[in-house]
Design a protein around this ligand. Sequence first.
Ligand code: SAH
Length: 240
Amino acid sequence: MTPDIRIVLIQTSHPGNIGSAARAMKTMGLSQLYLVNPLDFPHPKALEMASGADDIVNQAIVVNDLAHAIGDCTFVAGTSARARTIPWPMQSPRELAESIYKTPQKVALLFGREQSGLSNEELQRCHVHTQIPANPDYSSLNLASAVQVLAYELRVASLAQLPITPAWDYPPATVEAMENFYQHLESVMVATTFLNPKVPRQLMTRLRRLFNRAQPDSMEINILRGILASVANALRSAEK
Ligand code: SAH
């Protein structure tokens, strides 16, 4: 089995960067490009910079919400040069590429805006934070250059004969299933008063980090949803 890999560019401002990213992808054998709310697309500059990779630009899937770009994926990596206040599990591009080829899944690699990168909320949708180990005094690569580095590492990993992780009994949970679980968890914690919605602090962020780190399979998520439903039922019975 080979991994199913997509590149997701969030709110790109320069159409030329979309074309250059498509070219970077095609040289390394990647073809699925998702654009979340691009500021200026379609645009002739994108095709111009794509050079012979205009097929990838023309087939790019444009969506208006990140959830639509990654909902069916089972593993998401967010790329960012910046460390965050609540650190996320980190993988270098090489570690990421190797893990993707050792455990093939439906994968999305997220790239942020030219001006402001990925928001904390977007990074918290991810299983891992991937940082290109650049010059610490000047660490921010051009968007398409960052795509090229990641695509190159994926290419190298695809050519290496990496040992494949043995098959699991249930498929990994999708991002959509995880998001439904987080909403359910949040509502039950509010109902039990464990979570005060007026003072949420970083509770959901920390729980997201915990459960994303565990990478539950679809059966495990069903069990957790069942537990939450039983807590909600018990609360309703107690209220009566
Ligand atoms: N000024 C922005 C940088 C944006 S660069 C910021 O503060 O985050 C555009 C995108 O390229 C980033 O969002 C990220 O997806 C990618 N990128 C650039 N440099 C990177 C690096 N050193 N490591 C990982 N991703 C990088």
